[in-house]
Design a protein around this ligand. Structure first.
Ligand code: NAD
Length: 308
């Protein structure tokens, strides 16, 4: 019997993910508040549902791909998807949301007699279109096993990270490493430039030494050393700065909730929030190197706060 999937949230990520499920032979009932998102999905073979609740009522699996935790919790909530679905329906939330919101969503789904998995992704729109996303999943082993065939259609790798919320935890911890390391690599290039050291020379040394990391060797923030990095195309994303700012904010929420003394993670969240609200609004997150360079080239900026 064909598995019926309700897919709620057919935006940049959800649209192509739902289309890949259709191509693999699943019956997909989709819903989005934005008409153009829904009609693009319908063109790819998704059946339009009049509401998210209508789709969930007949589904074996409900997948959500929404902007934030409040969207997931309000859709799950009273008179929502959990009440409409048949008992034992599998709920898979692929959105990137707060760990606390994710755990609340799991608890609500289980209290309503359903199965639940958090399964945020990395790989961006390109990965969603190509079906090469990486899923980081949290929830019971049996829920992960049931979701695996669908995740295998939409992605190239799925890692079961642990209990409820573990997928979200893995996502924000990884992206906190990435955000902090991109700032560190960018600051190092700006320092090198001020010391008269060529970008390529720093790259040649650091990429073969202990400074080696993804932010340097794959997404290098200066043009030249890594031809495929966004720096070579005027910082067009790639991984957009506002998404990095969002993920670091989620990490900062969890750091504060846990009382963790993580000065760099919290500072990275501040720096990316400022960058994403300003010049980085439509840039790759590696464009932060230009903000660092711009602030550095103006001595009055660098001396702010100095009394001497
Ligand atoms: P998006 O804004 O393009 O899509 C979200 C969709 O949800 C929108 O089309 C919106 O209309 C819809 N929506 C909101 N509330 C709804 C409701 N009540 N009912 C039905 N539809 C509703 O966002 P996106 O880029 O697709 O990202 C989705 C999630 O994936 C986010 O949590 C994001 O952080 C995460 N993510 C995005 C990327 C990326 O590169 N875009 C990468 C990794 C993870």
């Amino acid at each position: 019997m064909t598995t019926t999937v309700a897919f709620i949230g057919l935006g940049h990520m959800g649209g192509p993910m739902a289309a890949n499920l259709v191509s693999a032979g699943y019956r997909v009932l989709g819903h989005d508040l934005v008409e153009s998102c829904l009609s693009a999905a319908v063109a790819a073979g998704v059946e339009a549902a009049r509401s998210a609740v209508e789709a969930a009522a007949v589904a074996d699996v409900v997948i959500t791909m929404l902007p934030a935790g409040r969207h997931v919790l309000s859709l799950y909530g009273p008179e929502g998807l959990l009440a409409a679905a048949r008992p034992g329906t599998l709920f898979v939330d692929c959105s990137t949301i707060d760990v606390a919101d994710s755990r609340a969503a799991h608890a609500a789904a289980e209290a309503a007699g359903h199965r639940s998995l958090d399964a945020p992704v990395s790989g961006g729109v390109v990965g969603a279109e190509a079906g090469t996303l990486t899923f980081m999943a949290g929830g019971e082993e049996s829920a992960f096993a049931q979701a695996e065939p669908l995740l295998a259609v939409m992605g190239k790798k799925a890692v079961h990270c642990g209990d409820a919320g573990a997928g979200q935890a893995a996502k924000i911890c990884n992206n906190m490493i990435l955000g902090v390391s991109m700032i560190a690599v960018s600051e190092a290039f700006v320092l090198a430039e001020s010391l008269g050291l060529a970008d390529q020379a720093l790259y040649d040394v650091a990429s073969a030494a202990s400074g080696q990391c993804w932010a340097l060797t794959v997404n290098c923030p200066v043009p030249g050393p890594v031809p495929a990095s966004p720096a070579n195309r005027d910082y067009r994303p790639g991984f957009a700065a506002p998404l990095m700012a969002k993920d670091l904010q989620l990490a900062a929420n969890a750091l504060r909730a846990g009382g963790i003394d993580a000065e760099l993670g919290l500072r990275a969240a501040e720096l990316y929030a400022r960058f994403a609200e300003g010049p980085g609004a439509d840039q790759d997150f590696s464009g932060i190197v230009r903000a660092i360079r711009a602030a550095t080239s103006n001595p009055t900026d660098t001396q702010k706060g100095s009394t001497t």
